[in-house]
Design a protein around this ligand. Structure first.
Ligand SMILES: [Zn+2]
Length: 377
């Protein structure tokens, strides 16, 4: 059995539901230590993180990812045990097979092969692995980056093994992500008898025209790298449960997925000015879970695209779509970040799976990236 598949099976068997690493990082660290990496475990709260590095000079090429997985949900819904990987017709089923233990197995085996064949190379290779990507993500990659920055350790290039592909391995390489901004709104009114509306102030009626305006607003047209900003309501609640009472408050929660066209404060201002223009009495709290980031064309993107083409014969689309990822914490330190990993169709679902041949091809892609960036002489 190929080394990357063997490692993948070992990782999937470990029930590393966020933030529990379940020993995955020990397995990875032991293998990296074997090939000359110095490994540092960084524990923050209940989150385990691993920083490993081989070499002391720059440039630093870092592979990054997470060992944690989302809960399997109802085991009965799965066709096989989510933590006992099963190969059915060349597809490996199990929680974390696609998101993102294949990426981890492929990057470790690629580096093993690369360092065996090329004991000397330019710069350094590093690994940044966390067990809190799927959760609150406060004690994971963010804290490791802060620690590295405090001691002046810089990552030049980062390859994230998140499942970026859509239909076929390598069809999409992510070169950035949109920002995510959530608003939590309370519209205040005055409760009253449904038959005497003039004695009350119904927040539902107050909010309706604002809701329509928010939903029909075209925030921007995107730019060369980003799709248009999307605005979605995720929750609206009001009413006290009685048929003859109009409520005192309405609460709503909405989310922007926005591009580098905007600074988040400008989006906040525009939203607030719309609420003000309708004369609403409201409280609004904001939560910024990630700013948008973009990796400009350069050596990392060139190496990644060439590697994907070489291995898969596919010209990857460079995309900034999808949800947020830990790239949002790595990029602001001045690091170029790309995400290239397996097909994401089954992630977070029951019967999550990965094509076994893709894990082997992904290992080759990572090895090619290493060669293209670190063997320049
Ligand atoms: Zn993931």
């Amino acid at each position: 059995m190929a080394a990357e598949i063997e490692l993948l099976l070992d990782l999937v068997r470990r029930q590393s539901v966020t933030p529990d690493d379940a020993g995955c990082q020990d397995v990875l660290a032991a293998r990296l230590q074997n090939i000359g990496f110095s490994c540092e475990s960084m524990q923050f709260g209940e989150v385990s993180n691993l920083w490993a590095r081989r070499g002391s000079s720059g440039p630093v090429l870092c592979f990054a990812g997470h060992t944690d997985v989302v809960p399997p949900g109802d085991n009965e819904e799965w066709d096989s045990d989510p933590f006992e990987p099963q190969d059915r017709d060349g597809m490996l089923y199990g929680r974390g097979t696609a998101d993102m233990k294949s990426g981890l197995a492929a990057m470790v085996v690629a580096v093993e092969r690369f360092t065996r064949n090329n004991p000397t190379f330019d710069g350094s290779i590093a690994f940044l692995i966390t067990s809190d990507e799927e959760g609150r993500a406060r004690d994971g990659t963010l804290k490791v980056i802060e620690t590295l920055q405090a001691r002046g350790e810089k990552i030049d290039w980062c390859v994230l093994g998140e499942p970026s592909s859509q239909d076929k391995l390598g069809d999409i390489v992510r070169v950035g992500r949109r920002g995510s901004l959530t608003g939590m709104l309370t519209v205040n009114g005055v409760q009253g008898h449904v038959a005497y509306p003039h004695l009350a102030d119904n927040p539902i009626a107050r909010f309706a025209p604002v809701l329509a305006e928010l939903l029909s607003t075209e925030w921007d047209n995107g730019n060369e790298y980003f799709p248009p900003t999307s605005f979605q309501f995720v929750e609206i609640q009001s009413g006290i449960g009685a048929p003859n009472v109009t409520p005192a408050t309405l609460t709503a929660r909405f989310n922007f997925r926005y591009s580098t066209v905007w600074e988040h404060v400008e989006l906040q201002k525009k939203t607030e000015s719309m609420l003000d223009a309708h004369g609403l009495n409201y409280d609004l709290k904001w939560h910024l879970s990630g700013k948008p980031f973009l990796t400009e064309p350069g050596a990392l993107i060139d190496a990644t695209v060439a590697a994907v083409k070489d291995v898969t014969d596919i010209e990857p689309e460079l995309s900034t779509g999808g949800g947020t990822s830990d790239g949002r914490f790595i990029s602001p330190a001045g690091t170029d970040v790309v995400e290239v990993g397996p097909v994401n169709a089954s992630i977070h679902k029951v019967n999550e799976c990965v094509k076994l041949a893709d894990v082997t091809a992904l290992t080759e892609i990572y090895e090619q990236i290493l060669k293209r960036l670190l063997l320049t002489k």
